[in-house]
Design a binder for this molecule. Structure first.
Ligand SMILES: Nc1ncnc2c1ncn2[C@@H]1O[C@H](COP(=O)(O)OP(=O)(O)OP(=O)(O)O)[C@@H](O)[C@H]1O
Ligand SMILES: [Mg+2]
Length: 530
């Protein structure tokens, strides 16, 4: 197996011309050898059967003619009869045996020159082959009874010689025809291998140069011719496909440049959107400052009003006193009542002026924080109260309960303006969205320290946000109150303020009918400016 494989590998590595020549010479030689062998073996077999037939008839004749001599024991007559075989040069010897008890005994013999004498007893009846030729032993009969044996030996060497000459001639013819077929194969192989080699050459040139316009020549209409046709049509298809690929590539690069331009447009649009958003944030801040101013006016109105009333009461009493003094009707009790009213009025005026001053101070702080956007240290509890105070004009009317749970002296170092905006948006949203039926509810702000972080919870017990909306509340312009007070930017701004200014996180949870809760976590002391 191994040698066969190695032979096949070596054979397949030979050039196609050599393979073709070898194959043609080998196949014609094998045919010649086989026919030579068949011819020679046929000649040998027919010569041998002719020789056997000859020896059989010679033995028949000799046995018949010597039977009487054997019966009469006439050795001389028997010898003479046998010597008639001299006319047959191929007969080497004839040995006649008589019966001697159970065995046979030589009776008479004929020997050609140089042939060794007959054996003493007869061999078994039949045909025996030996080196020089073959011998035939048969019974000699008289009236159906066996009276002896005859052994005739034939020399087949002349026949063998003739055969050897024939073999020699055949081998010579074989060698000559091998040479001739080799020559013919050598002459013919260009016709067979030429087109294939041409095809291979074109394929190689194409692969080296990448020039798909080259074509193989068709030298005939046989299988190789069809192969050349197929090869050429394959090249046509490759050329078509190449063109298609080229076109597709052009279209693709065209698309890529269009997409790039579209991308550029998108980037510019995004840029404009971000600018608009920044402007909106700014206007939202201004709007809340506007609300603050309205709140200031409203809140200060009460203490100032009370003060004005107290002052005008005092003024009236002073006028009455002056009148009584001028008309000398002033009594001691009038003076005492006036002093009493003056003390009360001035107390009221002082208290209310103080209250107005406090309010202004708070508003001023929240307003400054919101407009300056600066970072500072502040007390969280106080600051929440100040923010709520600034929202009081809006919250008071609604009757909602506002609960603040925050430990005192919780110092925070961060951006109070951002925190104020976050809380303002939470409260505004509760007022605008959470109690659509006008019921009074509860707004709750709780804050505590948790490690380095402040955890601030804001919740209302209003209508809640449906789950499909809850996912979108931070999206810019998402509002359920478009056209009636909502722009959908409030929580988007809150989200950005918490993340970018306070450096924290925000989460929202809500349950329909139970309310909404926001959890904001931010560092108590910001490490660096965000
Ligand atoms: N406390 C709340 N209760 C019920 N719904 C709320 C609450 N807070 C926010 N929402 C819902 O979330 C939406 C988005 O709120 P966001 O503050 O971003 O916009 P808006 O309040 O509608 O408009 P804007 O605040 O810009 O004036 C609201 O339209 C509302 O549907
Ligand atoms: Mg809002």
């Amino acid at each position: 197996m191994f040698t066969r494989n190695r032979f096949l590998r070596q054979f397949s590595n030979q050039p196609i011309r050599r393979k073709l020549t070898l194959l043609m010479a080998l196949s014609s030689s094998v045919g010649l050898i086989l026919s030579g062998v068949a011819l020679i073996s046929y000649a040998w077999n027919s010569a041998r059967s002719t020789a056997i037939r000859d020896v059989q008839s010679v033995a028949q004749i000799s046995a018949d003619s010597t039977a009487a001599a054997l019966v009469f024991g006439d050795v001389v007559a028997a010898r003479e009869l046998l010597s008639a075989l001299r006319s047959k040069p191929e007969v080497d010897s004839a040995c006649l045996y008589t019966e001697d008890g159970d065995a046979s005994a030589l009776f008479a013999q004929y020997l050609q020159n140089g042939v060794s004498p007959c054996p003493a007893t007869a061999a078994k009846v039949g045909i025996h082959e030996h080196l020089r030729g073959l011998s035939l032993v048969r019974e000699v009969e008289q009236n159906g009874d066996r009276i002896g044996w005859l052994q005739v030996q034939v020399n087949l060497q002349p026949l063998t010689h003739t055969l050897m000459v024939q073999v020699g001639i055949t081998v010579a013819i074989l060698a000559a025809s091998f040479a001739v077929s080799l020559g013919i194969a050598w002459l013919m192989q260009p016709a067979l291998a030429g087109p294939i080699l041409d095809l291979a050459g074109v394929a190689r040139r194409i692969s080296e140069s990448g020039d798909y316009t080259l074509r193989a020549r068709r030298l005939g209409s046989d299988e190789v011719g069809r192969l050349v046709d197929d090869f050429n049509s394959m090249l046509d298809q490759i050329a078509i496909r190449d063109r298609d690929i080229e076109t597709a590539r052009d279209a693709l690069s065209q698309q890529v440049s269009e997409k790039t331009a579209a991308n550029q447009d998108l980037l510019e649009a995004l840029d404009r959107l971000q600018q608009t958003q920044a402007q909106l944030v700014q206007s939202e801040r201004l709007a809340s400052l506007g609300g603050l101013v309205a709140g200031v006016a409203h809140e200060i109105n009460t203490p100032v009003g009370v003060g004005v009333t107290a002052a005008s009461t005092l003024q009236d009493r002073a006028r009455d006193l002056e009148q009584a003094y001028k008309t000398d009707t002033l009594r001691r009790s009038d003076l005492e009542r006036f002093v009493e009213v003056a003390r009360e009025s001035s107390n009221i005026i002082l208290r209310n002026l103080q209250r107005a001053a406090d309010l202004i101070q708070s508003f001023k702080q929240v307003a400054v924080d919101q407009s300056s956007g600066e970072r500072r240290r502040f007390d969280l509890r106080n600051y929440i109260d100040e923010v709520l105070l600034s929202l009081a004009p809006r919250t008071k009317k609604t009757g909602h309960r506002i609960v603040v749970e925050c430990p005192p002296d919780l110092e925070v170092d961060s951006y109070p303006g951002a925190l104020a905006q976050v809380l303002t948006n939470f409260v505004s949203n509760s007022l605008l969205h959470a109690f659509p039926d006008g019921h009074s509810g509860e707004l709750r702000i709780s804050a505590q320290r948790s490690g380095d972080w402040i955890e601030l919870h804001y919740s209302d017990n209003g209508s809640g946000i449906p789950p499909q909306d809850l996912k979108r509340i931070y999206d810019p312009f998402f509002t359920t109150k478009r056209g009636s007070g909502g722009s959908g930017l409030g929580l988007h701004i809150v989200y950005n303020l918490v993340q970018q200014i306070l450096g924290g996180t925000i989460e929202a949870a809500s349950e329909i009918g139970a309310g909404t809760r926001f959890t904001v976590r931010f560092p108590a002391h910001l490490k660096s400016k965000p």
